[in-house]
Design a protein around this ligand. Structure first.
Ligand code: ZN
Length: 482
């Protein structure tokens, strides 16, 4: 199996991936709190992990992927109270919305999507163990984790307890043993959902769910844990304290992988700046492939700046790749013949396949991997130009091999999936005829010097993705496929 290296936030360096169980890759990624539609920042980790999963499976690992829904949370309760609808109705509505946009983006479904509300007994069990082992203490219906009891606390974020206290804006609660102690269980307040527990009615704190659910489905030690870099502290730091405190196993997670932030036109995304972009709104303007490609065009650990210019660039990039696919599919239909001229194409395709895999095996560097796709697309187009004007000179063995390599790349990155499918030609003839009529009407307008009307026809067609190119031989039209 090909060797992979990954950057581990815990050790702050790249390490060779050695799975806990040979041949398997077990992954837990923190999911969304469903109190609103997913925004662009939510989409990044899920698209990233979708590609990581695809690549691990391609290399030969059996992948198990778990991603939770935090369906019990202050924000959901606030929305529920604000709208006067039950909290679970709010959660279900936005879980549906999550699936709708992630399905559109081609994100494969996780093996398991555990929810807090259906894992309360597991959470209570874990809290009880932590109390028994001396890591946690009950206090007036709440339960807190005692951070001083856990020797590795601060290891992931690289902070000491003193640093944390100095940096934290927390209300001082004199009842706690240490100001950094965090809630595992919160006593019920009026108007909130609650469950029975040994400490009275209440609900879980935020962090405990990911410990309880990751251990339940992936065991005391698993391979990868992912999420946005904003989750390193306190969420993931607390998760380690809970999981390792409970199981006594160190480490619980072998490799911690964190995504960089997304900025909008170089500014931090925030509701107050009114630059808070929902995925569903972006998808009204751009195709899912464009958004997905944009998210993967930068390495997952680097910051990513979202702007219309970058999305327009993504459209151009995908159009280039799409042209190469069209050319390959066309060449595939030609008569087979001599393979002499195809040697260069074949050698270059193998070189780019190797480069693609090397980039993906080096901390899943999608930004570098996509450059191999462009290199290969260019070679395909060169070959196409050289042979398409002549009859019967296409080497079908080479075309089949190049197609395998190019499709492998687009399948792992997860874009242009439909471009490989046979084109649906139903209605194509009618479409052509209709366009001929429109173009001839436009030409008549031009002949009569009705320029405004001719331009109007061109602009209206552009609005629906059809571009007109005027040339000395008349106008040609092209439908945008990306
Ligand atoms: Zn989590």
């Amino acid at each position: 199996m090909r060797e992979l290296t990954v950057y581990n936030t815990m050790t702050r360096r790249k390490e060779t991936f050695v799975p806990v169980t040979e041949g398997e890759a077990k992954i837990y990624v923190c999911g969304v709190t469903p109190y609103n539609h997913p925004h662009i920042g939510n989409a990044r980790p899920f698209v990233t992990w979708d590609v990581i999963r695809r690549y691990l499976a391609h290399v030969g690992y059996k992948v198990t992927y778990v991603q939770n829904f935090t369906d019990v949370d202050d924000k959901i309760i606030n929305t529920s109270n604000g709208e006067g609808v039950p909290w679970d109705e709010v959660a279900n509505r936005y879980i549906d919305s999550y699936f709708e946009v992630m399905d559109a983006l081609g994100v494969e479904r996780a093996d398991i999507y555990p929810r807090v509300s259906t894992h309360i007994p597991d959470i209570i069990e874990m809290i009880s163990v932590l109390i028994d082992k001396g890591y946690a203490y009950a206090l007036d219906g709440d339960v807190y984790y005692s951070v001083e009891k856990f020797e590795h606390y601060g290891q992931l974020s690289g902070r000491t307890l003193d640093d944390m206290e100095a940096g934290a804006r927390i209300e001082v609660d004199g009842r706690k043993k240490n100001p950094m102690d965090f809630a595992l269980w919160k006593a019920a307040k009026p108007g909130e959902p609650y469950w029975e527990s040994p400490w009275g009615n209440g609900r879980p704190g935020w962090h405990i769910e990911c410990s309880a659910m990751s251990q339940k489905y992936l065991g005391e030690e698993f391979d990868f844990h992912g999420g946005g870099s904003d989750l390193i502290f306190p969420h993931h730091e607390n998760e380690i304290a809970q999981s390792e405190g409970c199981s006594g196993h160190h480490p619980t997670v072998k490799y911690w992988l964190h995504n960089g932030f997304i900025t909008i036109d170089s500014e931090k995304m925030s509701k107050s700046l009114n630059n808070f972009f929902l995925v569903k709104d972006i998808l009204e303007q751009y195709s899912p492939d464009v958004l997905r490609y944009f998210l993967l065009s930068t390495h997952y650990r680097s910051p990513l700046d979202f702007s219309d210019e970058r999305l327009e660039e993504a459209i151009k990039s995908l159009e280039r790749l799409n042209t190469a696919i069209d050319n390959l599919l066309y060449l595939e239909t030609r008569e087979p013949a001599s393979c002499d001229e195809a040697q260069r194409l074949l050698e270059q395709a193998k070189k780019y396949e190797e480069e693609f895999e090397a980039a993906m095996s080096d901390d899943f560097n999608t930004a570098l991997a996509t450059s191999s796709m462009f290199g290969l697309a260019k070679e395909i187009n060169i070959y196409y130009q050289a042979v398409s004007s002549r009859e019967g000179v296409v080497c079908q063995e080479a075309i089949a091999e190049v197609k395998r390599i190019f499709k492998l790349m687009t399948d792992i990155i997860g874009v242009l999936t439909k471009s490989w499918e046979p084109k649906d030609n139903a209605g194509a003839e009618d479409y052509e005829q209709l366009m001929d009529v429109i173009l001839s009407v436009r030409q008549e307008c031009r002949n009569q010097k009705q320029w405004a009307l001719a331009d109007c026809i061109r602009d209206r067609l552009a609005d629906i993705g059809i571009t007109i190119e005027d040339s000395p031989n008349g106008a040609r039209w092209k439908k945008r496929e990306i």
